[in-house]
Design a protein around this ligand. Structure first.
Ligand code: GDP
Ligand code: MG
Length: 348
């Protein structure tokens, strides 16, 4: 059997576990995850390099392949400019993919949001698997049967696969089935590359994740992060970013007493970005109130990192994308580099 490859889209309602599955399959954290719905706003592409494996028992095995996974924002009826942009991301991701993984949370009842996901499928008539996620939370596996019945009536799924993305159960079997369903094809990405996301975008997402994890109530939905400056050096990456919120009161919470909250968010984010960049990171964080940004088409378009990159490339005439891991030489140098940290600043 030949080497197989293709594009596989993960679709499902908010909180079903799409990003957790992407990270588990890629083996590294690409997508940010939080218990709050609508954490993912852009589609995120991850590359899974599947070595060839002999089947044993339940496992079919496979002859090796490459899966380009596309994590999408959770499908929902859009109610703002941001929501509409998220749905455009979903539709674009569905176009031209070889297989769709419809992921559902087995602890939840079927509801209109699940129907909405299935309706999106009908259009392109794509081959789809039904992924039953969070089976670790179900003791009686027979409880899954009526759910499967219900879904099978609604769409002709090629496979139904129970998994736990969190506990990494059932993932090898899933990978074998996915590879078997893909066409013979080349490896689209080199072995050492696991994402097509620019580091700049990943940095913004890491900061946003810390905002989500450290704040509650309406703050997570009211915020977004824009990286204003991103300078990559061999030893040090300098980043300036702004956390936008909608009101002065939210800004107060994000900055915290004596700047404590912003410092906490900044320090945790910096440590993670350092791990990603394999350099020291100097992170400057600002907070700004921008009333109604979620409904502002202009603002939401500015948020789009692809657009941001295009602008920057035009301005500077240099590519702003980092597509390769740093060389071993860069790694070695950065390992013992020193830099100042923790200079998280607030605006005014
Ligand atoms: P998304 O909105 O579909 O991308 O969902 P996320 O991947 O962000 O996950 C939403 C929540 O469900 C997070 O709190 C995850 O830890 C949790 N979760 C995801 N997969 C599983 C699973 O297999 N089992 C359990 N118990 N929780 C899970
Ligand atoms: Mg997500």
């Amino acid at each position: 059997m030949p080497f197989r490859s293709g594009f596989v889209c993960i679709l499902g309602r908010p909180n079903a576990g799409k990003s957790t599955l992407l990270n588990a399959l890629v083996g590294e954290k690409l997508a940010i995850i939080s218990p709050k719905p609508q954490t993912t706003r852009n589609r995120i592409q991850g590359v899974v390099h599947v070595p060839n494996r002999k089947g044993k028992g339940k496992h079919r095995g496979n002859d090796g392949g490459q899966i380009v996974l596309i994590d999408t924002p959770g499908v929902h009826k859009p109610d703002s400019s941001l929501g509409r942009k998220m749905m455009v991301e979903v539709r674009e991701a569905l176009e031209g993919c070889d297989l769709v993984l419809v992921i559902m949370d087995v602890t939840r009842k079927f509801d209109p949001r699940d129907q909405f996901a299935l309706d999106l499928l009908r259009g392109p008539k794509t081959k789809a698997f039904l992924i039953l996620n969070k089976v670790d939370l179900i003791r009686e596996k027979s409880k899954l049967l009526p759910l499967i019945e219900q879904y099978r009536k609604l769409y002709p799924f090629a496979e139904v696969v129970p998994i736990s993305a969190l506990k990494r159960k059932g993932l090898d079997a899933l990978l074998d089935m996915v590879i078997a369903s893909l066409p013979a094809g080349p490896a689209y990405f080199p072995e050492d590359q696991i994402t097509d996301q620019p580091a700049r975008f990943m940095a913004a997402e890491i900061i946003r994740e810390q905002v989500l994890l450290n704040t509650s109530e309406e703050i997570p939905y009211a915020t977004t992060v824009i990286v204003d400056n991103f300078e990559e050096g061999a030893r040090l990456t300098r980043i300036a970013a702004t956390i936008y919120c909608e009101r002065e009161g939210q800004k107060g919470i994000l900055v915290g007493k004596g700047g404590q909250m912003l410092k906490k968010i900044g320090t945790s984010a910096r440590l993670q970005i350092e791990r990603m960049m394999v350099t020291k990171v100097f992170l400057e964080l600002y907070v700004k109130a921008e009333p109604g940004w979620r409904d502002s088409r202009r603002f939401v378009e500015e948020l789009d990192w692809r657009r941001q990159l295009e602008h920057r490339m035009l301005e500077r005439g240099t590519p702003a994308l980092r597509t390769q891991e740093p060389s071993s030489e860069e790694r070695r140098v950065s390992a013992d580099a020193g830099a100042d940290h923790d200079r998280n600043q607030t605006e005014d």
